[in-house]
Design a protein around this ligand. Structure first.
Ligand code: DGL
Length: 280
């Protein structure tokens, strides 16, 4: 069992397998500019989307423990794959032993909550990693809230590598973006709302729009997650009062500092200070 310091106050931890969670962090910082954050990207072991349940759970738990050790009272899994495959086990089995007073939240529930208003045809498409699609987390969460909605998912295993390798603007990306959108709309041609259920995908938004009929809504998660977190902190004063509010943001990566800096500036449009760490 790791030793987790009993800290009085700390930053909010934001975790992703790589750079994708930066699309969530950006919106969270806009909505909650007074809060401190630590972003942790497990860039050395990305992508998670094609890994087994056990491996994603193990890697995610290591990241959560590290963020707890760094004093975070609250950790956001800004990764759908980790939210789908590890969140429930961590909340139910690990938190009671690690520290009952801290919280870990994911991104699937806040996204699912936004869908009811978005769709008129009640046919919704999910584009996500293989792991998220296989977990069935989106259909399960959406059905709980809106039993009348038909949910169809397609895995897009090539999209995260395109983003991680900064190929999201290249001509090569067109082929794979079109391929998965066509696959989804061929499965259900009544879809009027598509959820980008992976935090990397907003980087492909221009190409996704190019190959999606204009009549279809495309939902990215950042704003919904940010709104939901703001609401959570308003309702849970005991957690909010343990978060440092100096507007500072630190970045950690399991890869090289230079690589992270370069890519983070594309996602965030700002220069960042980064430290490299190992997770085990
Ligand atoms: N960004 C992560 C998500 O939202 C997945 C990327 C990966 O496959 O590691 O699912």
């Amino acid at each position: 069992m790791p030793y987790i310091r009993d800290v009085i106050k700390g930053p909010i931890g934001v975790f992703d397998s790589g750079y994708g969670g930066l699309t969530i962090l950006k919106e969270i910082r806009k909505a909650l500019p007074e809060y401190d954050f630590i972003y942790l990207g497990d860039n050395a072991r990305t992508p998670y989307g094609t890994r087994s349940f056990e491996v994603v759970y193990e890697f995610t738990l290591q990241a959560v423990i590290r963020l707890f050790e760094l004093g975070c009272p609250l950790v956001i899994l800004a990764c759908n794959t980790a939210s789908a495959k590890a969140l429930r086990s961590i909340q139910q089995n690990d938190l009671p032993y690690l520290d009952k007073s801290r919280r870990v939240l994911g991104v699937i529930r806040p996204t699912a909550e936004s869908i009811g208003e978005a769709t008129k045809t009640r046919h919704v498409g999910i584009l996500a990693t293989s792991g998220t699609i296989r977990s069935e987390s989106y259909p399960m969460e959406i059905k709980k809230l809106f039993p009348d909605i038909k949910v169809t998912g397609v895995a897009c295993p090539m999209w995260v590598p395109l983003v991680e390798n900064k190929e999201f603007d290249s001509e090569g990306a067109d082929f794979f973006v079109k391929k998965y959108i066509d696959e989804l709309l061929n499965k259900d041609n009544e879809i009027d709302t598509i959820v980008l259920g992976c935090t990397h995908y907003p980087l492909l938004i221009d190409k996704i729009k190019k190959y999606t009929p204009e009549s279809i809504n495309i939902i990215t998660q950042g704003e919904y997650v940010a709104r939901s977190l703001k609401d959570y902190l308003n309702r849970h004063k005991e957690i909010a009062s343990r978060c440092i509010k100096k507007g500072k943001c630190d970045f950690l990566t399991t890869e090289s500092i230079e690589k992270f800096k370069e890519s983070a500036s594309i996602f965030l449009h700002e220069d960042v200070t980064v430290k490299s760490i190992t997770l085990e």
